[in-house]
Every structure is written in C-alpha cells, then in structure tokens.
Design a protein around this ligand. Structure first.
Ligand code: PLP
Length: 387
C-alpha cells in the first residue's frame, strides 16, 4: 500500500468536515417566534421582528443607523445606487464575486488595485496611483474580517472627494481600537448569509452615519416608495422578512459565545501549526477585536513540500473540505478580463495570495479533537507525503 493510503486509513475523519457550519438557535424558541408570525400573519415589510432586530443590532454594534436587507449583495448594490456613483470605482480583486459584480450591474467600471501582503486588504499606496478624474469611489473589503487601513483610505478619499463603501461582509462584530469597524466610510455592508458568523439564513445590512442616507436606502430597498402615494426613486425589492429577522434575534444572543468558541479553534490551529515549515499563519493586530470568522493560511510550496492545490486535493481524501478563498481573483473572470487593471503585473501580491491561500474549517461547534486532527494531518503531510 502506498504511504498516503496508510495515512488516510489512520487519520481520515469519519464524516466530511466543511469549512463552516451555522450554530443553530434553540429550536423551541424559534418555534414560538414562528407561532407569533402565524398569529399576526405579518410576514414581511417591516414587521415587529424586523424592527426589533434593527434596534438590537444598533445596540450590539454600537452604530447610529442600520438598514436590514434580504442579502448582502443587494445591500451593496443599494448603497452604490444611493450614493449615486459614476465612472470608476477602485476595488480589490481578492474577494467574493459579489464585490465587483455589483459595479458591473450599475455600469460602473471596476479598477482593480493590489493588496497588502499581511492583511490581504487593499493597498492604500496603490489606490493613490489609480485615481483619475473619472474615479468616484473606493470599494475596499475587510476580507476575513481583517481591517483595511481605514485611516489611510479616509485620507485619500478626503483629498480626492471620493466616497468609500466598505464590503464588510466578513466583519461582523470586529472592533478597531474599540470602534465598530463598520463605522468607517460612507456605508458598510454586512452579509448574514448562512456561511457567516452571524446569520439570518440569507440576509445582510447596511451601516451608515448619515440619517438622510438611511432614509434613502430604506426607500430604495422598498421599490423607492416613500408613502402610499409617492414613489420617489427607481428602487428595488431587497427587504428582510420576518422569518429571517426572528432567526437573527436569536442568533444575536449567541454570537459572543460563537466568537469565543471560534477563538479557541483559532488558537488551537495556531499552536499546532506554528512549527510546520512552509505554512504562513494568520497575522494578528493587537488593536483589533477579531471575530475569528476565517482561518486563512498560505502554503509555501518549496518549504512545505507540496502546492496549495495538491494539499487541497489530498485533504479531501481525509474528508477535510478546505476552501481556496479567494481563488480565482475577480480580475481573472472572463467578463472583466479586458480591463487594463486586470493584468497580473499590476496585481502581484493578490496573484500570489490567490495561488497560496487555503481556509481551514472553523466554526463554534467544531469539535476540538476534529480541529486537532485537521492540524495533525496538515503537519504530517508536510513530512511524509509521497506522490
Ligand atoms: C466578501 C463578500 N462580499 C459579498 C458577499 C455577498 O453576500 P451575500 O451572500 O449576503 O449576498 C459575500 C458572501 O456571501 C462575501 O464573502
């Protein structure tokens, strides 16, 4: 038997372990909220659970205004629309498709900017070089919940009169020097998708500081309706419904516990993988209260002994399903390819990250023994794997 088969026999997990799993709220409590929905027969359009979740989120996040959405993508789209952007928007290629796709939907031109090596977030120095008279905004991503260089980005925006819309899909609960990360910029989008730390099944929110913007966004997500007889804007339907909001109210009660449980998994991986050659572990910033939503590592093929892609494939044979977030880069999608800023030469750091990154399973209910096994397998493969 080949050595790898023997290792699989010894170390494979009995069931597939996915990158994430939602921590479900108490079923009885959700049922009693459903019962309330059955009594009121109020299913959508700003019902009591919608109002309650919005209030609770303001308090939990420590922000002034919040608008709930049926998903994060439509929240981002609505923010861009409300801010009336034109021309070009500078963004990162190292993200989920939604980030740049919304620009395409609004006929805005994405301008791809390289990222920082340590945080995978947009590089402010490179932003400066991409600004011209057609630039109207910057769309940075707090990828994996790692804060962008928010002060440098704000300075650039102030100097050039640009708007900033953060894709904060991963940044729920993250604080920078005690301030909610979603407080920065003109608006920040949160995603409450089922794969996220805090979920409403599908769902999302926009956070903003300006009351007028909140009013516009609330009307935009409801067809542009202002009152029974007035439609002011060509809006869309992007409202959160009562089933989602009720789920969110219960999720919010357990989210600090979820973050603490993920932190234990994070520390376990850090300890177990720290001396494995060729693995670069996530960097930590002492000024940040992290949410431990993701555990991205980089695989340096020469030192580790195999490529990221080879490791991804062999881990599947151990029933360990990791993810190559974010490969391929958005800039390589066929419908963006003809843009000049998609050339590899402009994006060396992002290209390298996309080739080497691998996100390991992390979620509150992941058994510690399972996480230990995942780390052990990764360590053993670096020593023993034979093709
Ligand atoms: C960085 C990023 N932006 C946007 C989205 C889209 O959010 P949603 O799925 O809630 O539409 C996601 C993921 O789902 C994401 O990871």
């Amino acid at each position: 038997m080949k050595e790898i088969d023997a290792l699989i026999k010894q170390y494979a997990l009995p069931h597939t372990i996915y990158i994430t799993q939602p921590t479900m709220p108490d079923f009885e409590r959700y049922s009693s909220m459903l019962k309330r929905i059955w009594e009121t027969k109020w299913l959508s359009n700003y019902g009591e659970f919608h109002r309650e979740l919005e209030q609770r989120l303001l308090h939990f996040l420590g922000v002034q205004y919040c608008s709930l959405f049926c998903n994060g993508t439509l929240a981002l789209l609505s923010a861009m629309k409300a801010l009336n952007l034109k021309g070009e928007v500078i963004t990162t290629p190292f993200s989920f498709p939604a980030t740049a796709n919304v620009l395409k939907w609004l006929n805005l031109k994405p301008v791809f900017c390289d990222i920082e090596e340590k945080t995978f977030t947009i590089n402010p120095e490179n932003i400066k070089r991409l600004i011209n008279k057609k630039t109207s905004a910057i769309l940075p991503v707090h990828v994996y919940g790692y804060p962008c260089d928010v002060n440098a980005i704000q300075n650039i925006a102030d100097t050039h009169g640009l708007k900033i819309i953060y894709d904060a899909a991963h940044a729920f609960g993250v604080r920078l020097n005690g301030t909610a990360l979603v407080q920065y910029g003109d608006a920040s989008m949160l995603s409450f998708h089922a794969t996220k730390l805090f979920t409403t099944l599908e769902g999302g929110a926009l956070i903003m500081k300006d009351e007028q913007l909140k009013r516009e966004i609330d009307s935009l997500k409801n067809f542009g309706i202002v009152d029974e007889e007035t439609v002011l804007r060509p809006g869309i339907n992007a409202k959160m419904n009562e089933f989602q909001a009720a789920f969110g109210i219960l999720q919010l009660e357990q989210v600090e516990h979820e973050i603490a449980s993920r932190r234990h998994i994070h520390e376990l991986y850090m300890n177990k993988l720290t001396s494995v050659p060729g693995i670069v572990l996530p960097s930590r910033n002492p000024n940040v209260k992290h949410n431990y939503g993701y555990f991205p590592i980089l695989i340096k093929e020469e030192q580790y002994g195999m490529s990221r892609d080879a490791l991804y494939s062999v881990l599947l044979r151990f029933n360990i399903h990791t993810r190559k977030y974010f490969y391929p880069l958005i800039s390589s999608y066929s419908f963006f390819k003809r843009l000049s800023t998609t050339l590899s030469a402009h994006l060396p750091v992002a290209e390298q990250a996309a080739e080497q990154v691998l996100c390991l399973p992390i979620y509150g209910t992941l058994a510690h023994d399972t996480a230990k096994r995942i780390a052990e397998v990764i360590a053993i493969l670096s020593e023993k794997y034979v093709l």
